[in-house]
Design a binder for this molecule. Sequence first.
Ligand SMILES: Cc1cc2nc3c(=O)[nH]c(=O)nc-3n(C[C@H](O)[C@H](O)[C@H](O)COP(=O)(O)OP(=O)(O)OC[C@H]3O[C@@H](n4cnc5c(N)ncnc54)[C@H](O)[C@@H]3O)c2cc1C
Length: 451
Amino acid sequence: MTRKLNIIGGGMAGSEAAWQAAQAGVEVVIHEMRPRIGTFAHRTGNLAEMVCSNSFRSDDDEQNAVGLLHWEMRQAGGLVMEVADAHRLPAGGALAVDRDPFAEAVTERLRSHPKITVQDAEISEIPSEGHWIVATGPLTSGALAEAIRAETGADQLAFFDAIAPIVHHDSIDMSRAWMQSRYDKGETEAERTAYLNCPMDRETYEAFIDALLAADKAEFHEGETANYFDGCLPIEVMAERGRETLRHGPMKPRGLTDPHNPDVKPHAVVQLRRDNALGTLYNIVGFQTKMKYGAQAAVFRTIPGLEEARFARLGGIHRNTFINSPTLLDDQLRLRSRPNVRFAGQITGVEGYVESAAMGLLAGRLAVSEITGQATAPVPPTTAMGALVTHITGGADAKTFQPMNVNFGLFPPVDLKGGRRNRPARYKAYTDRAKADWTSWLAGKALTDAA
Ligand SMILES: Cc1cc2nc3c(=O)[nH]c(=O)nc-3n(C[C@H](O)[C@H](O)[C@H](O)COP(=O)(O)OP(=O)(O)OC[C@H]3O[C@@H](n4cnc5c(N)ncnc54)[C@H](O)[C@@H]3O)c2cc1C
């Protein structure tokens, strides 16, 4: 078997995957279509170009999951983090990056690496031989997207994300909310109580519609077509079509009885559905939105039961090519139907520069293990890297799969209850556990608590 690794796409994920493999002594070819073929968001021919904000978000590795992911990538000798640190800009607790010198430096490090070749070419087929990583990102070229669609099936590849907000379960007030499926439908008790319901009286509903209509909305990027299809209209667009539209759509109250107030029929009901196997995250059903983030948090906290909600991620609708990873990929990020091909980066259904680079780091290392014939233990789900890859390759519900940022809701819970006041201790417990397990995994040691 050849000891060469081919990587399609030299963005955040492809650059990091290439670095990891080359540093381990494997020959790498990066196939990058820019500058010959551009996208609506990229401006240059540089590798690892940041297409929008220049932030890698929080750098707090004790209290924040993305900060922890930074830490894990630094420990693994990650190029993206090393260069980001070298081109850091002042931004409080966040890691902001001077974008052009950053991308130029990543490009220079990769192009001058003796094990790496960069070919300026678009790849438009899924290769059937050799070791490959597809890291073509949210703006994968049309020809390759078509080839992926042909391989995986039309309903397994999305061109837009339509993300409903996701709430941490332990921040929902269950003295207001209750568990019930509409008309108690379902064969088992778990199915009959699959939904978490938040009731609204008429006054709260009317105020909610006013807030939706008044909220600041984000525009689509230039070149990003805003063709909504009716199945995923933003809630504010539904509200614009008529004040009652939501009450006949995702907020309809029919078939539901509030056990806290059984004699009063709710005027409207907001439903949440479990978002991960751990049961730590719930998405608000049908609430995809283009409201700006600040407005979303304020509007959604007017929903009874969500007054103190913490959001694992807020909603959005973007141009975004991604596959249904829980169905298509194994836990080594390999395409089940063609195990010689791995996927990495945003196309796997993670979201953000850091998460995309992290999946590149992992895919690069897993490919090296395979090419060199060394076994690698599964990444512990207690680490940020492991929590993310476990989520996209199986923890998430395949039917409602949408791109995800790293957050503590993806981690197996730590045994430290105590609400908001205890949160710093809880987050510290998550990050301490992750650091110990990541260090062991990198050292190739047997893991006791990762099973
Ligand atoms: C408009 C927009 C704004 C965004 N804003 C942010 C933000 O502010 N913050 C944030 O964290 N994330 C943001 N993202 C998400 C961001 O793109 C990803 O987080 C990150 O860049 C994805 O990394 P990646 O390596 O998966 O893809 P990319 O970095 O996009 O890299 C993919 C590479 O593959 C190349 N390519 C595509 N198809 C082919 C092909 N067939 N053959 C060869 N090469 C190919 C592309 O040219 C590109 O260089 C945004 C995304 C978009 C689309």
